[in-house]
Design a protein around this ligand. Structure first.
Ligand code: 5GP
Ligand code: ZN
Length: 114
């Protein structure tokens, strides 16, 4: 989609530090990490947010979960643990309107929600 930052990252029009990639998803380092590990996992299809997901998008959800497992191993948090977050809407704090999952870890995160 035109003018979508994450579409441009999936097509490499905008550079990013890629952690993992396959035909369905790309995972890259967040530009403003909130923890030692902060990687974003993004479908290579423009889906605005989790509320826009349809049945035919479920293959992307499967791919995203498998990619998160790969990212966790690559970043070395597969044994120590990590948190997965997707923000939606105004109260959720979504700022980029292309579905993405934050993989956050590398330190003890505790029960805080932000
Ligand atoms: P949201 O607030 O929508 O859940 O998360 C958007 C995330 O994307 C933020 O954590 C922000 O730092 C990250 N971000 C925004 N623009 C870029 C960019 O151009 N490159 C990278 N690597 N991350 C970005
Ligand atoms: Zn997009």
């Amino acid at each position: 989609m035109e003018d979508c930052i994450f579409c441009k990252i999936t097509t490499k029009e905008i550079p990013s530090t890629i952690v993992y990639e396959n035909d369905k998803v790309i995972a890259f380092e967040d530009a403003h990490p909130v923890a030692p590990v902060h990687t974003l996992v993004v479908p290579k299809k423009h889906i605005a947010n989790m509320m826009e997901l349809t049945d035919e998008d479920m293959e992307y959800i499967v791919a995203i979960h498998k990619a998160i497992q790969e990212v966790a191993k690559i970043k070395g948090v597969d044994k120590t643990g990590f948190r997965v977050i997707t923000n939606y809407g105004e109260d959720g704090g979504q700022t980029v309107m292309h579905l993405h999952y934050h993989v956050i870890g590398g330190e003890h995160l505790g029960p805080k929600i932000r």
